[in-house]
Design a protein around this ligand. Structure first.
Ligand code: PEP
Length: 247
């Protein structure tokens, strides 16, 4: 499946988010790919209601690693699902780096999200030093083995991968199409080893990291890049719409 997904991160008040979602709803009627927007938790119910008759699906940017109970301030996967959101972004490099989400925590979150009927957009990717040391393949392999390759083939159907080199996120540095294609092909090969070639061919693998309206078409032309996970450019309707049109 081809897909363009936005990740608003910690941007937009509720009113600003509703305004952006309304603009997108009016423009996206019959897209040639799946379209998802990831919003802050507190916007989910309103934005999901607004988009309920639209082809645009809504994603949370995180969920708790516990089912329910005395975890003040946390938001469970069941709560996310109850808003009408269909997806949950997990494993984003900002969550890994700033909130210390390790392989085991992400394994729990993924299990809970899937068990509660959410689809997961699972992010992987190396930091600059790892790329410079030529270790990007071993890094993404360890991230997959550590958190999601425990899933059954049935569960895997609801997983989308997003390769996001950390050195390209929000930096204006984009992986070249060749760099991105090379590692996407490697990732698809790992999925094939674990789940078989047919499943690997059906797996959606997004590229993320300073993907914008100018470079999207070139990246999306690569055979193993099924779409994009978009940060900064997802905050401006005309940029996000241009990226959707490029897919
Ligand atoms: C992201 O955070 O998922 C991302 C890809 O951000 P940006 O597009 O701003 O680099």
């Amino acid at each position: 499946m081809k897909m363009v997904a936005g990740n608003w991160k910690m941007n937009k008040t509720l009113q600003e988010g509703v305004a952006l979602a309304t603009e997108l709803k009016e423009a996206v009627k019959n897209p040639n790919c799946a379209v998802v927007i990831g919003t802050p938790f507190i916007h989910l119910a309103t934005v999901a209601e607004l988009l309920k008759d639209s082809p645009i699906a809504v994603a949370a940017e995180n969920c708790a690693d516990k089912e329910k109970g005395a975890y003040t301030g946390e938001v469970s996967a069941a709560m996310v699902r109850s808003t009408g959101a269909e997806y949950c972004i997990l494993g984003h490099s900002e969550r890994r780096a700033y909130y210390h989400e390790d392989y085991a925590i992400l394994r729990e979150k993924t299990q809970l999200a899937l068990a509660n009927g959410l689809k997961v957009i699972f992010c992987i990717g190396e930091v600059k030093e790892e790329r410079e040391a030529g270790k990007q393949n071993e890094v993404v392999k360890a991230q997959l083995e550590g958190s999601v390759f425990n899933l059954t083939a049935e569960e895997w159907k609801n997983v989308v991968l997003a390769y996001e080199p950390v050195w390209a996120i929000g930096t204006g540095l984009t992986a070249t199409p060749e760099q991105a294609q090379e590692i996407h092909a490697y990732i698809r090969g790992l999925v094939a080893q674990r789940y078989g070639q047919e499943v690997a061919d059906a797996t959606t693998i997004l590229y993320g990291g300073s993907c914008n309206e100018k470079n999207a078409a070139e990246l999306f032309a690569c055979p193993d890049i099924d779409g994009g996970l978009i940060g900064g450019a997802a905050l401006v309707a005309e940029k996000f719409l241009a990226i959707i049109a490029a897919r």
